[in-house]
Design a protein around this ligand. Structure first.
Ligand SMILES: [Zn+2]
Length: 380
């Protein structure tokens, strides 16, 4: 990582002609959303937003930009051709495979199955519902408990002004303050804050992948060179609000982020192979992530686009940080149940368990996640 290059890239982007202006709000209490670079922004009611719940096909993805004040970020969100912030030289060979494989050997899906069963037991984890706040409080306690295996790890909640569901950040300090980050959104939806949304695949699965990777590193007493962070975001399903707040703060604090990898949907993979998402991500990081997926899962990933505002990597990307997204499968092969009451998992429930999750897919995502965190923790 060269800080000089990162600063130069930021300076270059500051010279972009700022042309995007938010349209004036026609009334109070509305939200401003964007569905593409060309979309100047539409002021809508919360109820109109709930109806736009994204699905794998058809529905429009949007980013809620109501709170975004940073002109540079607004410009990036409105510009199709943009210069990639190339801040990091990622290696073309992996150097700590043996160490990573040892740690991967300590991972399993026992915890993930138990955690996912609990996460899906809430009526929903909508960021504007009471159960969404309760689920976030449970997750915070769970992260603290898991992190307690290594007293160096700190865990904090990140509050948001728009809703009561705090995001969570666990930090394993390294010798350097450069950050290697993995994240997943914790919230779920099937529309309104009152609708049933167990959210097993979307995104209980990514949530437990990040939890298991924290458990493995914490229990092994892994001491990284770079600092590792584990993020769980609130408010993804209503326009990436939780991750937008966090990545805006990281930008304003001038944090040095080597890589962000997003985990949104990790439990449905009919092809047996994950997909590396190619849009709103960093091409050099994608190459490196492809190498990591291939090495640690034994499968060469597919690649595909997922569209404007499709998940939280877009927030890191818009704030100028190198972002990647390892998705469960090609976009047309993913779970048919997301954003419905049928996105369920209760594998431990007796006498009859029910489950839509492909646990071999979750396992692959865990293998990748642990491998990524170990390898990237040595990047310099
Ligand atoms: Zn999701």
């Amino acid at each position: 990582m060269s800080l000089k290059i990162a600063v130069a890239a930021l300076a270059a982007s500051a010279q972009l002609a700022m042309s995007y202006q938010k349209p004036a709000a026609p009334a109070e209490g509305l939200r401003l959303i964007k569905t593409s670079e060309e979309d100047p922004g539409q002021w809508v009611t919360k109820e109109e937003k709930y109806k736009m719940v994204k699905s794998k096909k058809g529905c429009t993805h949007y980013i809620d930009i109501t709170n975004i004040q940073d002109d540079e970020v607004l410009e990036v969100l409105s510009t199709k051709t943009r210069t990639t912030v190339q801040a990091v030289d990622y290696p073309s060979n992996l150097s700590h495979v043996e160490e990573a494989n040892k740690l991967i050997g300590g991972s399993n899906t026992d915890g993930p199955q138990k955690w996912l069963e609990h996460l899906t037991s809430y009526h929903n984890r909508h960021c504007e519902s009471k159960t969404g706040t309760e689920a976030a409080a449970w997750l915070f306690k769970q992260v603290q408990e898991i992190a307690s295996a290594n007293s160096d790890i700190t865990v904090e909640q990140f509050e948001h002004s728009d809703f009561d569901q705090p995001s969570i950040i666990a930090r394993l300090p390294g010798k350097s303050e450069s950050l290697v980050v993995i994240g997943a959104h914790m919230d779920s939806t099937s529309g309104a804050p009152s609708s049933k949304a167990p959210g097993a695949d979307d995104n209980g699965s990514g949530t437990v992948v990040v939890l298991e990777s924290l458990r493995v590193l914490a229990e092994a007493g892994f001491a990284p060179e770079n600092t590792i962070e584990f993020h769980w975001y609130g408010g993804e399903e209503i326009g990436l609000i939780g991750s937008a707040d966090i990545w805006a703060e990281y930008k304003s604090q001038g944090k040095n982020v080597i890589s962000y990898v997003n985990q949104d949907m990790a439990g449905y993979q009919p092809s047996g192979t994950p997909t590396v998402i190619t849009d709103y991500t960093d091409p050099a990081l994608n190459k490196y992530v492809t190498l990591l997926v291939t090495e640690f899962t034994g499968k060469a990933p597919n690649s595909a686009d997922c569209g404007y505002g499709c998940s939280d990597h877009a927030s890191a990307d818009a704030n100028g940080f190198p972002a990647a997204f390892v998705f469960e499968d090609l976009p047309d092969k993913t779970s048919p149940d997301i954003h419905t009451p049928n996105d369920v998992s209760a594998i431990l429930s007796t006498p009859l368990s029910y489950d839509t999750i492909m646990w071999d897919a979750v396992e692959r995502h865990i293998q990748f996640a642990v491998g990524y965190l170990v390898e990237a923790s040595y990047l310099s």
